[in-house]
Design a protein around this ligand. Structure first.
Ligand code: SF4
Length: 296
């Protein structure tokens, strides 16, 4: 059972817009995440090993958000709202709670553009609202080249169902995500993929990249953001320990390589990063899938 909590703020203003996510604001309707990805960057002592156990619903979210959006709209400070940055806006409990749907209704009313980043096909329930936001939102002046005002990004680290269960144990099957992306594209929405984190020697190898880019293209993606993994922390709840445990359990032949790769840094070495970006760029060029959201 989730906890119900009250918050004093829901709309977070970001310091700087990220070139992938275009965020001016972020909103997280929930705290914690039932999808429980081992690599999740919110991991650490705050949430414990099972992120789903600390799941909380922000029960006063809509009242707070209305005040915050109204104040920003009065000053004509509409900007892209990312849903979500430290949870998934379409967790299974959203089906009953309808908090994300309520948030979208407010974004539509106050004319804020939105960028959904999700692993869940439940986003299709709200396509009606997303289409209306896409038509009616006001983009910030420095985004005037963009034709769309609602963006729907599906998050993948793999399209293989077995690898998914190993590293994203609570998340929807990748095949369902692909079909949901196709449905968004068919509905005329700007949709694509956050391909992160790619798992060294498992999902970032050339044949896997080729399979994934082909599938994304086939299912209507217009862009793909590829990135490798960052691992940190020494406690049992930290991503580095959880990923190394999973490697030991499912890919013991790769354990030494992982330990070497992350011996001196949380990220992969610069040369590894450059080779991966080059390999991803080759696949991206094959299908015309830029690593940024296109203007139209
Ligand atoms: S879906 Fe996102 S927020 Fe949820 S556990 Fe996975 S990476 Fe973390």
């Amino acid at each position: 059972m989730p906890r119900y909590i009250t918050v004093t703020s829901l709309l977070n203003k970001t310091k700087k817009r990220d070139h992938w996510f275009l965020d001016d604001y972020t909103i997280n309707p929930y705290s914690g995440c039932a999808f429980n990805c081992l690599y999740c960057y919110i991991r650490g002592s705050k949430y414990g090993i099972n992120l789903a156990e600390k799941l909380s619903v922000k029960e006063n979210a809509l009242a707070i958000l209305r005040r915050q959006l109204a104040a920003r709209a009065r000053k004509q400070q509409q900007g892209v709202v990312v849903l979500s940055s430290v949870t998934d806006a379409y967790l299974p409990l959203e089906e009953k709670e309808m908090l994300t749907r309520g948030i979208l209704e407010l974004l539509l009313e106050y004319r804020f553009p939105v960028h959904i980043i999700t692993k869940s096909p439940l986003v299709l329930r709200d396509l009606d609202l997303l289409q209306r936001i896409n038509e009616n939102a006001l983009l910030p002046p420095d985004m005037a080249e963009y034709r769309h005002k609602a963006f729907i990004t599906f998050s993948f680290s793999t399209i293989d169902p077995v690898t998914c269960k190993q590293f994203e144990p609570g998340a929807p099957d990748p095949a369902e995500r692909l079909l949901a992306m196709k449905a968004c594209a068919t509905a005329g929405m700007m949709t694509g993929v956050s391909l992160m984190p790619l798992l060294p020697f498992i999902t970032d190898v050339p044949e896997q990249l080729a399979r994934m880019y082909a599938a994304f293209h086939e299912h209507g993606a217009r862009y793909v953001f590829p990135a490798s993994i960052t691992l940190w922390g020494d406690t049992a709840a930290d991503s580095k320990q959880l990923i190394l445990q999973a490697i030991q359990q499912y890919y013991p032949q790769l354990l030494d390589s992982y330990q070497r790769l992350f011996a001196n840094s949380a990220g992969v070495p610069a040369a590894y990063h450059a080779a991966l970006q080059e390999a991803a760029a080759r696949e991206a060029a094959r299908y015309g899938l830029p690593a940024r959201i296109p203007f139209e």
